[in-house]
Design a binder for this molecule. Structure first.
Ligand code: SF4
Length: 384
């Protein structure tokens, strides 16, 4: 196996306020917790220094054993969370400096997730100077009552202010995360949100349906009947609306929930869907080297004490790898080359084509529009 390039994921587990639907590994921090953030950053840098040096090759250096590139080079970096920009800028820049020491490829994509209200002109200039090429802004909805319904702490004004500041700082690759099927959201709310964001012309838009997670305030509120989600039928109408409005506006629907202007797809995420390895640093961060998956400890005290040992190592069987190839590959709208489809799935692919959920076109197998609506059902068929 030869992996000339790989991705890096860095997890920042702090948020200014916990959203009601969120079950990500992140902790609410207040402005007085700079000390906790500094200690976390120190641990993260230690982990990167300890593990990064053995895993990656300096720019321009390939280390081959036979056809194996044993120390892959980094082609994408994704700093996510949590809210990475909840960190003071000097800490995030410290992390970026260590990444640079750990070798960069020319033309690398470096994404930082940011929540509205956390950015200033100064902060953005620092990110730019340290090589960040892409911002991913978590807006979710433009409607104040819906932001409140899911306990997002920012306003649309915060978002607009930060979006324009990012443009002024020279960011020409910005993603806006949106969510639909929010409690109390109407089709008109969603249409207006899409139209308002399209008018700003970001390079990339993600549009995910809200999926309630257990052990969250949202789950409890749904359970006790305090709030209600739109029906499944409305959820699908919202998805169809997003596809129509965004593709009409020139965005390419390249993954089930992701839309980009031509050439502005998220390279990091596309690589993940194509099963390109990525190494992750930070609390609870998950890695994949092409053959196995593992994660870091989720216990903050252990992590701060320097426990960077891989946990829950899962060596993938051939059957696991085949299923992943199908499930992740079919998330991409270009689909999977027919010639790459594992032989054991030939009959199942034919069955899904007969059901109208998959189609064979231009030498590829991909989801049909109906298959997109029933994607989980299609994916399950490849797990058996
Ligand atoms: S900002 Fe993101 S990571 Fe933080 S609580 Fe909200 S959804 Fe979770």
């Amino acid at each position: 196996m030869r992996f000339a390039n790989t991705g890096i994921y860095i997890h920042i587990p702090f948020c200014l306020q916990k959203c009601d639907y969120c079950d990500f590994l992140s902790f609410e921090c207040r402005k007085n917790s700079h000390d906790a953030m500094e200690r976390y950053t120190d641990a993260l840098l230690q982990e990167m220094e300890a593990n990064g040096r053995t895993q990656f090759a300096p720019t321009g250096t390939d280390v081959f054993v036979g056809t194996n590139c044993v120390r892959p080079q980094i082609s994408t970096i994704y700093i996510g969370g949590g809210t990475p920009t909840a960190l003071p800028s000097h800490l995030l820049c410290k992390i970026l400096c260590v990444i640079k020491k750990l070798y960069l490829l020319a033309g690398i994509e470096i994404t930082v997730e940011a929540n509205p209200g956390t950015l200033t002109g100064e902060y953005l200039a620092a990110l730019k100077i340290h090589g960040v090429t892409r911002l991913s802004m978590g807006l979710q909805t433009t409607k104040p009552h819906l932001l409140k319904a899911i306990n997002r702490m920012h306003t649309m004004e915060n978002f607009l202010d930060n979006f324009h500041a990012a443009r002024n700082a020279g960011f020409d690759n910005i993603n806006v995360d949106l969510m639909f099927a929010l409690p109390g959201q109407t089709l008109q709310d969603w249409q207006e949100t899409l139209e308002e964001i399209i008018a700003l012309s970001p390079e990339h838009i993600s549009a995910y349906s809200l999926t309630p997670a257990e052990n969250t305030p949202l789950w409890d509120a749904l359970d006790t009947g305090k709030i209600h989600l739109p029906s499944d039928e409305t959820d699908r109408k919202m998805y169809h609306m997003a596809r129509k409005l965004l593709t009409d506006a020139g965005y390419i629907h390249y993954e089930l929930s992701n839309f980009a202007k031509p050439g502005c797809e998220s390279r990091h995420n596309v690589n993940c869907w194509r099963r390109v390895p990525y190494y992750a640093f930070g609390l609870g961060a998950h890695s994949f080297d092409g053959e196995k998956r593992w994660h870091n400890t989720e216990d903050m005290s252990e992590y701060l004490a320097g426990n960077f040992a891989p946990q829950g190592v899962e060596v993938l069987t051939e059957a696991d790898a085949r299923a992943e190839t199908m499930i992740l590959g079919l998330r991409l709208m270009e689909g999977i080359k027919a010639s790459d489809i594992p032989h054991v799935y030939v009959d199942e692919v034919e069955a899904q084509i007969k059901k109208g959920l998959l189609a064979r076109e231009d030498g590829c197998v991909r989801l049909t529009p109906r298959g997109m609506d029933l994607a989980n059902q299609v994916f399950e068929a490849f797990l058996q």
